[in-house]
Design a protein around this ligand. Sequence first.
Ligand SMILES: Cc1cc2nc3c(=O)[nH]c(=O)nc-3n(C[C@H](O)[C@H](O)[C@H](O)COP(=O)(O)OP(=O)(O)OC[C@H]3O[C@@H](n4cnc5c(N)ncnc54)[C@H](O)[C@@H]3O)c2cc1C
Length: 477
Amino acid sequence: MGAAMTDVDAVVVGSGPNGLVAAVTLAEAGWRVLVLEAADQVGGGLRTEELTLPGFRHDVCSSVHPLAIASPAFRALGLERDGLRLAQPAIPLGHPLAPGRSVLLHRDVAETAAGLGRDGRTWARVVGGLGRRWERLADGVLDPLARPPRAPLETLAFGAAGIWPTTAVNRFAFRDEPARALLAGLAADATLDLAEPMTTGIGLLLGALGHGVGWPVAVGGSQAIADALVARLRSLGGEVRTGERVTSVDRLPSAKAVLLDLTPRQVLAVAGERFPDRYRRRLERWRYGAGVFKVDWALDGPVPWVDPALARAGTVHVVGTAAEAVAAERAVARGRVAARPYVLVVQAGVADPSRAPAGKHALWGYCHVPHGSTTDMTGAIEAQVERFAPGFRDRVLARHVMGPAAMEAHNANEIGGDIAGGSSDWRQLAARPVLSLTPWATPDPALFLCSSSTLPGGGVHGMCGRSAARVVLHRLG
Ligand SMILES: Cc1cc2nc3c(=O)[nH]c(=O)nc-3n(C[C@H](O)[C@H](O)[C@H](O)COP(=O)(O)OP(=O)(O)OC[C@H]3O[C@@H](n4cnc5c(N)ncnc54)[C@H](O)[C@@H]3O)c2cc1C
């Protein structure tokens, strides 16, 4: 490490959204904080780069931010004071069922329900109802430290519906394809077999937030969120150093607390000898989930969707029917690549024209693949988009692809291409990374975990970081 900032209260290892929110939370409490980041750019899963051609700004990892806009941590920080602007697409989400026929998730519940036919009332009651109370829902689901729980009724209602496998809900609660496909596409974000318990929960949460707060993108790219967090941290006297890969916590400047924005395998590598055998074994048993294969495209114009409504959607779930989504995710969960994968596409330019030169588009897309897969999914992903947007390939000026190994090289937390810091199945949602009321603390009183491998899990919400920082302040402050 270079010239050390020696006089610090806390060192945060890793500058992902959780590391930065943890750092800001501690700095707001008057602590002197140093953040050490291995990469040359801050942000972890928030980085934005010109991956294809000059002038095309691509979100390397996260791109859509319903969790950030709803998060209690981000709401409290008010990052617009540090220059952050979020932009809303006209329609949060589109999901083509067949060429020319789509189901749409609008901000407006009634408009969404109108597209769901006989299932519209159920959707409006359950998903729309949660969306109306999004603030309490987000507090209940994303803030596991709140005691007593801040929104017990919303959390219970969410849990009672969310605990079920998506396949069961689709069989018993919905009658027609549009609602089934919409829910399956939302739930597939969990990167699990949709017959697994609790997969409905992620679908409900994302659907409800679509109604409640929308699915915005960050103007200029997700990097703007990291930059705003760094600006806030610096204004509070904190320091961030990039290009500083930490290999052992023993070589850090002395501090009251060290917070690791790392997943269990990396925690063991940098601090394993500090822990008793029992805790070490629990971290060793941590399971990583499926990976992603990502493609970023520079396009000569918008995606030529057969259904023109899709041109106004920020995010498009490209897979077809609910059964196709179930089959795609089941294949991945069983260790195979899907012939017709579930593809998440984000057309950030719909809301933020700054992403590409005038008339051009920067398009983002990925599908799930088995952990560490080396299969090139470019053809399969493009074939899925082409199904609903014939002529898409002709608009491609350049493409940039990243399989699991490239994702992990970009960000060491993305082990085997896993973007959530470990599988989010029901066992690891409860025990994240260990079963404890304060899973951010470790047996070493000075060492804490703050990554998405802790509660409440993956996504850009900063709540793992805020919770970890609060535990630090409670114990050592
Ligand atoms: C392709 C993709 C798409 C996604 N899409 C979305 C989305 O649209 N919306 C959403 O909400 N979420 C999305 N996510 C998930 C989101 O990006 C992550 O859940 C989030 O970034 C996790 O934050 P974190 O702070 O826990 O870790 P990370 O953001 O992974 O940050 C960890 C940081 O630690 C650094 N680091 C690792 N090892 C060391 C070391 N030894 N020394 C120093 N630094 C180290 C890394 O370089 C990295 O900067 C996506 C992720 C990917 C990969």
